[in-house]
Design a protein around this ligand. Structure first.
Ligand SMILES: Cc1cc2nc3c(=O)[nH]c(=O)nc-3n(C[C@H](O)[C@H](O)[C@H](O)COP(=O)(O)OP(=O)(O)OC[C@H]3O[C@@H](n4cnc5c(N)ncnc54)[C@H](O)[C@@H]3O)c2cc1C
Length: 123
């Protein structure tokens, strides 16, 4: 059986970015990301509004599971609500919060997410 230094369970934004940062900061570590859902290209919710109008509880939900997690089809904020967890800037200050958001946005844009660019005014 192949062995790895680090195993990350879940290839949502949290898992993907954890693997990205680990690879950048400690390239000698071997990292595996384990995801229970389908690959991105096979993710398709069957709800079409005609034949299937509501959730039929697929064994693997294409909205929530698979590479990219629940964030696969999002615009890149990765925060559906701040009603739980709160606002990042309240923990780290506005300056660092903006820097972190720009950092994540840069990585998204560099990896094919240009259409979801967060800050278009200063680059
Ligand atoms: C309907 C909906 C709409 C949203 N819209 C937006 C939006 O427009 N813009 C935006 O910025 N954010 C949006 N969000 C929020 C965003 O999707 C989340 O904040 C983000 O996906 C959280 O990332 P995560 O990695 O923490 O978790 P998740 O994205 O949930 O990823 C967890 C991953 O782990 C996998 N997993 C779980 N258990 C196991 C296991 N035992 N073994 C293997 N794999 C496992 C899951 O399959 C999943 O892929 C939306 C969320 C939802 C639900």
């Amino acid at each position: 059986m192949e062995k790895f230094n680090v195993a990350i369970v879940g290839a949502g934004p949290g898992g993907i970015f954890a693997a990205y940062e680990l690879h950048k900061l400690a390239p000698s570590l071997s990292v595996v990301v384990i995801e229970k859902g389908k690959p991105l290209e096979k993710r398709k919710c069957p709800i079409d509004g005609v034949k299937i109008k509501s959730c039929i509880n697929c064994p693997s939900c294409s909205i929530m599971n698979g590479f990219g997690g629940a964030g696969a089809f999002s615009d890149g904020k990765y925060n559906i609500t701040n009603e739980f967890g709160g606002d990042l800037y309240q923990y780290v200050g506005a300056k660092q919060a903006i820097e972190l958001m720009e950092y994540v946005d840069t990585i998204n844009v560099e990896n094919g997410g240009a259409a979801s660019r967060l800050f278009a005014n200063d680059r």
